[in-house]
Write a protein that binds this ligand. Structure first.
Ligand code: GDP
Ligand code: K
Ligand code: MG
Length: 292
């Protein structure tokens, strides 16, 4: 039998449920999931390997309008993924208002097969589902439309079957035992960043970047040092909190996740650093990996 392999892009607005879906499809918590928008800045790749097929998923940032260079860089990821994909999974929250006509136009015109996934149907009536199916049929006229609950696993199998059917005949793109093309360090920094998204308000999470500066396995323990980078002194004070209470929380929660991820003991040190305007400076963005 011939081998199938291809790239599947999961796109949609922030909070539509893209990361939740990718994790359900890949079966590993590889992409961070939080209720705040724009958590997924990088293109994250998860790979499903079976004897006769290989599916390469990318979980992309939500489709957003660029107004500063970090967002521009994020847009490039999104556009790149529309062009690259063998299959496009367009995830939409059943309750979101959708009037992004540029995205609808792209979905209509692309040569790649498009599946529209109406997500969070666990929180809606059958009537609402019917209404949205009609809406998307009219707007995009995709190859298929699925009603989905990424969170509860409803129809995840159906989507998987659709992907397998549409996957092109191709040899594998990656080694069969490779789970992801991002390093452990990257996931460690994402896990720390996820805690910042959960613990702080307003602009703080969006003004923060995390860089793992050191990663050493010493016997039973993995020693990790990371920099939490913010734009202003005032933000640094908020991140640290009264007598260091907040940054300690970030460290504790992040360490627990990292220990689970690498299945071993972790000693984690966090350093807070101010880099004025890192978001609009190209050289910083490059260092953080947004410019590939
Ligand atoms: P992303 O920004 O598109 O990657 O969205 P996430 O996967 O991070 O999900 C955003 C929020 O929606 C999280 O709080 C998820 O738990 C929630 N969510 C995702 N899928 C579902 C679903 O099928 N049903 C419900 N009720 N919530 C969901
Ligand atoms: K999110
Ligand atoms: Mg996400």
């Amino acid at each position: 039998m011939s081998h199938k392999a291809g790239f599947v892009s999961i796109i949609g607005k922030p909070n539509a449920g893209k990361s939740t879906l990718m994790n359900a499809l890949v079966g590993e918590k590889m992409s961070i999931i939080t209720p705040k928008a724009q958590t997924t800045r990088h293109r994250i790749i998860g790979i499903v390997n079976q004897e006769d097929y290989q599916i390469v998923f990318s979980d992309t940032p939500g489709v957003i309008k660029p107004n500063y260079s970090l967002q521009e860089s994020m847009m490039n990821f999104v556009q790149g993924s529309i062009i690259d994909a063998d299959i496009i999974l367009f995830v939409t929250d059943i309750h979101e208002k959708y009037d992004e006509n540029d995205v609808i136009e792209k979905l209509r015109k692309t040569d790649s097969p498009v599946a529209v996934l109406i997500n969070k149907v666990d929180k809606s009536s059958e009537e609402e589902v019917k209404e949205k199916v009609a809406f998307w049929k009219e707007k995009v006229n995709p190859e298929v439309i699925f009603a989905l609950s990424a969170l509860h696993g409803y129809n995840v199998d159906g989507i998987m079957a659709y992907i397998k059917e549409k996957l092109p005949v191709h040899p594998p793109f990656y080694e069969k035992d490779e789970l992801t093309d991002k390093s452990t360090r990257f996931f460690v920094s994402e896990m720390i960043r996820e805690k910042i998204f959960k613990l702080y308000d307003k602009e703080i999470p969006y003004s923060t970047e995390v860089v793992v500066t050191s990663y050493k396995e010493e016997g039973h323990i993995t020693r990790i040092a990371a920099e939490v980078i913010v734009e202003r002194d005032s933000q640094k004070n908020i991140i640290i909190g009264k007598a260091g209470a907040m940054i300690k929380k970030v460290g504790t929660y992040a360490r627990q996740d990292i220990e689970e991820f690498i299945d071993g003991k972790v000693f984690l040190e966090l350093f807070v650093k101010v880099l004025p305007d890192w978001r609009s400076k190209k050289n910083y963005l490059k260092r953080f990996g947004y410019d590939d």
